[in-house]
Design a protein around this ligand. Structure first.
Ligand code: FES
Ligand code: FES
Length: 152
């Protein structure tokens, strides 16, 4: 049994400790935000936050989350379930095509904005340079993160 907090709610799951966190989120907790892209810690589509730090959930075991706080895409919503500031900025900048990378990009961006609420464009580019978007929306993603920072 592994217990942790997911988007502010206590959860516990009866899975092997070494199960990838991504699989536990997707299949045991029905959280389909983080996506399986490469499974090799290279694309970033599975990114979630553990205690505010971005991690590749395909490449960490669920035991890494034990007793800690995990944030996924749903955790970026407002309390009433409407899109949060970063999500609104992504919508306004039309920063998704297929959307497969979007959850990971938003979580990586949220971690950046939490550390640096007013990043420069180069800081945003550098902070998100390991998020791979096969649809080529990188420039829109950068604009969305800068917009979220401006509107905060
Ligand atoms: S699926 Fe985890 S980094 Fe690509
Ligand atoms: S929007 Fe398709 S992979 Fe990024």
């Amino acid at each position: 049994m592994v217990a942790f907090m997911l988007n502010g709610t206590d959860v516990d799951v009866d899975v092997p400790n070494e199960s990838p966190l991504l699989y536990v989120l997707n299949f045991d907790l029905n959280d389909i935000g983080p996506k399986y892209g490469c499974g090799r810690s290279q694309c970033g589509s599975c990114t979630v936050l553990i205690d505010g730090d971005p991690v590749r959930s395909c490449d960490v075991s669920v035991s890494a989350a034990a007793g800690r706080s995990v944030t996924s895409l749903r955790g970026l919503r407002e309390a009433d379930g409407s899109p949060g500031p970063l999500q609104r900025a992504f919508i306004e900048e039309q920063a998704a095509q297929c959307g497969f990378c979007t959850s990971g990009a938003m979580l990586q961006a949220q971690a950046l904005l939490d550390r640096n609420p007013n990043p420069s464009e180069s800081e945003v580019r550098s902070g998100l340079n390991e998020i791979l978007c096969r649809c080529g929306t990188h420039n829109r993603i950068i604009r969305a993160v800068l917009r979220a920072a401006e509107e905060a």
